[in-house]
Write a protein that binds this ligand. Sequence first.
Ligand SMILES: Cc1cc2nc3c(=O)[nH]c(=O)nc-3n(C[C@H](O)[C@H](O)[C@H](O)COP(=O)(O)O)c2cc1C
Length: 137
Amino acid sequence: MFYLIYVSSAIKLMHDDELLLLLEKARENNSRLGITGMLLYKEGNFMQMLEGEKKTVLELYDAIKKDERHKDIVTIVSGDIKERNFENWTMGFYDMNKAGDFPRYDDYIKENLTLKSFQDDSQFAYSFITQFNEMNP
Ligand SMILES: Cc1cc2nc3c(=O)[nH]c(=O)nc-3n(C[C@H](O)[C@H](O)[C@H](O)COP(=O)(O)O)c2cc1C
């Protein structure tokens, strides 16, 4: 099993209905592809974790990178995992605008300052996003 975490910036702020549309399509595709994961969104910024067969994850990531709804796509970390973190989610979603405070994540959203620190400390990014697997699907 392989996983990949990236961050990106939406071209413009996304409305709820646009996010819903994106998610519906993603879930439909992912269930066919055997992909699971989590998408976080806050103030025009995405963070996503994809899990599945390595080839499938990388092909999907290539397609996602070409999507014109976002830009500045930066891979944070990828690698092998024994088992999925999001086995019940074809794509979980968390609207971080409605969540509590996550200081280091919020710093990244505000200034992109911690992007480098996310990359330098990939263990943090991994544990940050996987904590959302405790939310109900
Ligand atoms: C932030 C973001 C995350 C996305 N995540 C997924 C995803 O997990 N799975 C997926 O199939 N498409 C995802 N997409 C959409 C793809 O970029 C692309 O539009 C879609 O795979 C095309 O599907 P189609 O060829 O069936 O129309 C995402 C797009 C964005 C902007």
